[in-house]
Design a protein around this ligand. Structure first.
Ligand code: MRU
Length: 357
């Protein structure tokens, strides 16, 4: 099912549970069309994640958690134990949809742990399935609260009148609400703090142009769209006083995987003496991955580059390299902004402390 929703200026929620099914804003169609897909099976959720109908690390995790719920509801498991086994199977399957964003695995692990606890407590399958839906809802609700806190912390780094550059889309569309890197822009708007945002268009899938420019513009944030190759020029003019991006995974040493092109922006920021900030929830920090070199980097189809939006823009058969993410070494990261506060180097010393408090 799909329905068109043309209401302007209301906050668009990318993932929402609705009466036994998952309504998903099809982000491939933005900014031209606002269409919600109605998903009823884990297979549909897997495909939606793989095809970027839902994208952005936290939103992928939330969608996958609901995907697990879809896999166990009304399936007639005899016991909580059987249900936990099915949750494990569905989680393993959904984990194969995309490799880089650790929030996917984090959310699936959380669903598995909850179903195990429910089975151990001897809950009947039907009650356990209800409790799993509550867990998925809780993951979504927590993400919204977390992002608000990230926004508050991030905003302490910005002053009225500053220019701030961002890459890709780490906004409301990529999360439950507010976003991570875009959260301070929404809070600044609420508080009357004027920031001038530069959004890189973000080749090849244009998350910056199609999503960041779209959601900031409709919220009333002062946003200017530039191509990726203009970032250095804009910095050289003195228009950018800070960079802030989201991330798909932070390694234990503070290396940061994010949308392809982020590393180039970090190098440019360093060359212009501009602070480079990364905003993320704790669920994106993966202490079990030692360095950026250990983060699996997704490679996507050549057509995203050669014929991205329906027109052939490269010779047929040309060799293409299309990694969806790159790694910014921790030396280039000025600070990592989380819901628990702003973390500065040394990251290998300071990131673990976030989890001890
Ligand atoms: O391929 P995408 O669109 O899922 O990539 C998204 C990003 O790189 C985001 O910056 C990241 O997931 C952080 S979202 C808060």
């Amino acid at each position: 099912m799909s329905n068109k929703d043309n209401t302007q200026h209301e906050v668009l929620i990318s993932v929402r549970w609705n009466d036994g099914a998952l309504d998903l804003l099809d982000q491939r169609l933005l900014p031209e069309e606002t269409v919600y897909l109605r998903l009823t099976t884990p297979q549909e959720v897997w495909e939606a994640i793989r095809e970027l109908k839902v994208r952005g690390a936290p939103a992928i995790g939330i969608a996958a958690a609901y995907g697990v719920v879809l896999g166990v509801q009304r399936n007639g498991q005899a016991s909580g134990r059987e249900l936990a086994e099915e949750v494990r199977r569905q989680a393993e399957y959904l984990a194969t949809s995309r490799p880089t964003a650790v929030n996917l695995f984090w959310a699936l692990d959380r669903m598995k742990a909850r179903s195990e606890a429910l089975a151990k407590a001897g809950l009947p399958a039907e009650e356990a399935a209800d409790a799993l839906l509550q867990e998925a809802r809780q993951i979504q609700a927590e993400d919204e609260q977390t992002n608000r806190l990230i926004g508050e912390h991030a905003l302490t780094l910005f002053q009225d009148g500053m220019g701030v550059l961002t890459h890709c889309n780490a906004g409301g569309l990529a999360t439950a609400k507010y976003g991570t890197a875009l959260a301070p822009f929404y809070l600044a708007l609420e508080q009357g703090i004027r920031l001038k945002v530069f959004a890189d268009e973000t080749r090849p899938v244009l998350q910056g142009a199609r999503l960041t420019a779209f959601e900031l513009q409709r919220a009333g944030v002062d946003v200017t769209l530039i191509t990726d190759s203009m970032a250095g020029h804009v910095m050289s003019k003195g228009w950018v006083q800070a960079v802030i991006v989201g991330t798909d995974r932070v390694a234990a040493n503070g290396d940061v995987a994010n949308k392809i092109g982020t590393y180039s922006v970090a190098v440019l920021a360093k060359a212009h003496n501009i602070p480079f900030y990364v905003a993320c929830p704790l669920s994106t920090i993966d202490l079990s991955t030692p360095t950026g070199a250990d983060i699996p980097i997704e490679e996507r189809s050549p057509e995203e580059i050669t014929a991205g939006f329906g027109r052939q823009t490269a010779p047929h058969g040309v060799a293409v390299y299309n990694p969806a993410f790159d790694v910014t070494p921790h030396e280039l990261v000025t600070a990592i902004i989380t819901e628990k506060g702003i973390v500065k180097p040394s990251y290998s010393e300071n990131l673990p402390k976030l989890f001890n408090r």
